[in-house]
Design a binder for this molecule. Structure first.
Ligand SMILES: [Zn+2]
Length: 157
């Protein structure tokens, strides 16, 4: 019987570093492009609705993942929501300290059941409560790039 030496997590060796020479290009697709364009140009969070499955997808999708129906109904789910869960991030993927710690929340948007993970700001973690109402804080129009970070964070209302 031989012993296998495992990485020492106490020494912070949670990952091995290295490079893999892979190049690729990922496109947001037709629905994704419309979603990110609406963030940038209209300050709107768009979703698509499958009425059969009673599901709203955010970011919007062209087809329902459950019944494969084509989704033609686009909705603005609004930029407010309800905090479903949250977590405080103290270390990053490289085990480096995040200073100051960041708060990340799971937010149920508008009146839909669509949920989004995003940063929370202008609040102490001790003041957060599941169920509290939150609102998006948008990047200034000239600073927007058509990315999810066009929403800087969500803050309590
Ligand atoms: Zn469906």
């Amino acid at each position: 019987m031989s012993k296998v030496k495992l990485p020492d997590s106490k020494a912070g060796k949670l990952a091995w570093k290295g490079d893999i020479p892979i190049t690729s290009r990922y496109t947001a697709g037709v629905a994704g492009q419309k979603f990110f364009q609406a963030l940038k140009e209209e300050e709107k969070i768009l979703g698509t609705v499958c009425n059969k499955c009673e599901v709203t997808y955010v970011p919007m999708k062209l087809f329902c993942e459950r019944c494969f129906a084509q989704l033609d109904e686009t909705v603005d789910v609004g930029d407010t929501g309800r905090l479903v869960s949250f977590s405080v991030v103290y270390i990053d993927l490289d085990s480096k300290k995040v200073n100051p710690p960041q708060i990340v929340g799971l937010i149920e948007l508008g009146n839909s059941q669509a949920r989004m993970v995003h940063r929370l700001g202008e609040v102490k973690s001790s003041d957060l409560r599941v169920g509290m109402k939150v609102k998006a804080v948008w990047e200034m129009p000239l600073g927007r790039e058509g990315k999810i970070t066009d929403i800087q964070y969500f803050k309590p209302v």
